[in-house]
Design a protein around this ligand. Structure first.
Ligand code: F6P
Length: 547
């Protein structure tokens, strides 16, 4: 079944939401707390290893219910069904979207007559065997030494997800170091290779297409580096691939038996659960990789079965629509209070912005409302000392997800208390702000004169009333991480569904790639080319520097 093509603004619920927005916008979140009985209890959900408190939002219970109605009116239930059933919801590429099947060993879904779970389970067995070989020391390099370094070569979805997860699960690291080469920047490649020993290094080239410029060039450079120490026949001992393009991987010098599968029904940015996540299994062990999948699967179950008003991904998605389309907020921040999650925001940037940064609706028409959202963030408490000033006192509304863990991994309770007190303090400060009266009182206590107080007062007032969601989990484990990532994947699906866009293609990245190839050719051509005057000037300057 194809996804519906309804313009959300044409629905009755959208019209009602507009009215509710007018009614709500002058009411503060604190007023909602006073006027709505049991708001905290009503606006919280505990499911799939996560606890969500969404009571600190600029929304009345009535408007929230109306958002839920919007989801029903647009047919989200059927949409979710189509998503999980393997229907071709990636219509512009003619593909199913089945990353959820990667974490469901019992899935009954078939694609082109093939039972997806059979392919998935076979791939998982292969990942397990490979990981064990690396960890046990049975996998040997050209000189007979075991592997100590694993390098993931990939970009976009073939890098960001695995890279983020390996960092996030560093606590569970096995005695193999993991590295990531992504950027085509030669200095980046050099810096990584420089740390490695060719005898004990294994490269995993991850590219669904096996045609991505960055990945192929980085793989070639890494192979050249290896070949300074050994011969072409030994390349297969140091390179494996994850790709849907087996021939190209073999052409590169990789043994057919060491090409792990990727399928066209898994989008790059949702592929960390497949063999694209093999660097994760190498870093933290296969059992932890399976726990990651299990956590995601629990979130899948919750998402499929919970009613929309108690459904974590649906709630987060609806709130995002509320802020983006009614409050006209353009961005949202993700603030994990865990340094392990330092790459979460960049991972989510691709997952979310490549998915929903579209302006053509599923009906093929230009949309007349805002889609997508700029996702950004950094771990707390660092972010507090960087950009929180703008979030507290700037002119823009930036809804934020705060993510934290009740228990630390290394057991340092003192630091944990400091960390979490900052977490809760910030969400309280965003909510309550600081009134002129409070500022006045404080300055008086500090002994300031009335004149000084009048002068300083406006600068020290915090308006407050800024929305946050709080997400808590017991501990940062592979399982909770799996649930957290799957939660955001489903939020992205729901938002794309509501915005009536195709979330699983990415045509917008193609133009730049084409032009880069043209410009690369033009670096070695003398005749003037067909570029705009500014670009031509830059190319000329560059050509002069390289000659
Ligand atoms: O350029 C965007 C993109 O196509 C992403 O969607 C994808 O994750 C990335 O490039 C890498 O693609 P591949 O795995 O085919 O090398």
């Amino acid at each position: 079944m194809a996804l519906t093509t309804t313009n959300p603004t044409s629905t009755a619920s959208w019209k009602k939401l507009n009215e509710l927005y007018q009614k709500n916008k002058g009411i503060s979140i604190l007023d909602f707390f006073s006027s709505e009985q049991n708001r905290v209890k009503k606006f919280q959900v505990e499911a799939a290893n996560l606890f969500l408190d969404f009571s600190k939002n600029k929304i009345s219970s009535e408007a929230f219910q109306c958002l839920v109605e919007l989801a029903h009116e647009l047919g989200l239930k059927e949409g979710i069904q189509a998503y999980f059933s393997g229907d071709e919801i990636n219509e512009t590429e003619g593909r199913a979207v089945l990353h959820t099947a990667l974490r469901n060993p019992y899935s009954k879904v078939k694609v082109n007559g093939e039972l997806v779970s059979e392919l998935v389970n076979k791939s998982l067995n292969k990942i397990e065997g490979f990981t064990q070989k690396v960890h046990s020391g049975a996998w040997k390099g050209y000189s007979g030494k075991s592997i100590k370094h694993v390098v993931n070569i990939g970009i976009g979805g073939s890098d960001l997800g695995p890279n983020m997860v390996v960092d996030a699960l560093a606590y569970y690291q096995q005695p193999v170091t993991t590295h990531f080469i992504s950027n085509v920047d030669g200095d980046h490649v050099h810096e990584i290779l420089n740390k490695l020993d060719p005898e004990t290094t294994l490269f995993i080239v991850v590219s669904k297409s096996f045609s991505t410029q960055e990945t192929l060039n980085n793989a070639n450079t890494s192979r050249d580096w290896l070949l300074k120490h050994t011969t072409q026949t030994e390349v297969a001992k140091h390179f494996v691939a994850v790709s849907a393009n087996v021939e190209k991987a073999i052409e590169f010098g990789i043994d057919k038996a060491h090409v792990f599968p990727m399928w066209d029904w898994v989008g790059g940015r949702f592929s960390l659960w497949s063999a694209a996540g093999i660097s994760i299994a190498c870093a933290v062990g296969f059992d932890n990789f399976k726990d990651l999948l299990a956590g995601a699967s629990e979130m899948d179950e919750h998402f499929r079965s919970a009613s929309f008003d108690k459904n974590i991904p649906v709630i987060l998605a609806l709130l995002g629509v509320w802020y983006g389309n009614f409050y006209k907020a353009e961005s949202e921040a993700v603030i994990p209070y865990s340094q392990y999650l330092q790459k979460l925001a960049s991972y989510l940037q691709q997952a979310s912005m490549e998915s929903n940064g579209k302006s053509i609706g599923r009906d093929g028409k230009l949309v007349n409302y805002q889609t997508g959202s700029i996702v950004w963030g950094e771990p707390g408490t660092n972010s507090q000392h960087a950009f929180f000033q703008l979030m507290h006192q700037g002119t823009q509304l930036i809804p934020a997800d705060f993510i934290g863990f009740l228990k630390p991994l290394h057991g340092n309770q003192h630091h944990q208390d400091l960390l979490m007190s900052n977490f809760f303090a910030q969400t309280e400060a965003f909510l309550k702000g600081k009134t002129a009266e409070e500022v006045k009182k404080e300055l008086k206590q500090q002994g300031k004169s009335d004149e000084d107080i009048d002068k300083l007062l406006p600068f020290k007032v915090f308006e407050g009333n800024r929305p946050t969601n709080t997400l808590l989990a017991e501990k940062l484990t592979p399982k909770t991480l799996g649930s957290l990532i799957a939660m955001y994947e489903h939020k992205i699906f729901v938002q794309g569904f509501i915005w009536n866009v195709f979330s699983y293609d990415q045509w917008g990245v193609e133009l730049g790639k084409q032009l880069a190839n043209t410009i690369l050719r033009d670096f070695s051509i003398d005749e003037p080319q067909n570029h705009d005057p500014s670009t031509q000037q830059l190319i000329d300057k560059y050509k002069k520097a390289r000659s």
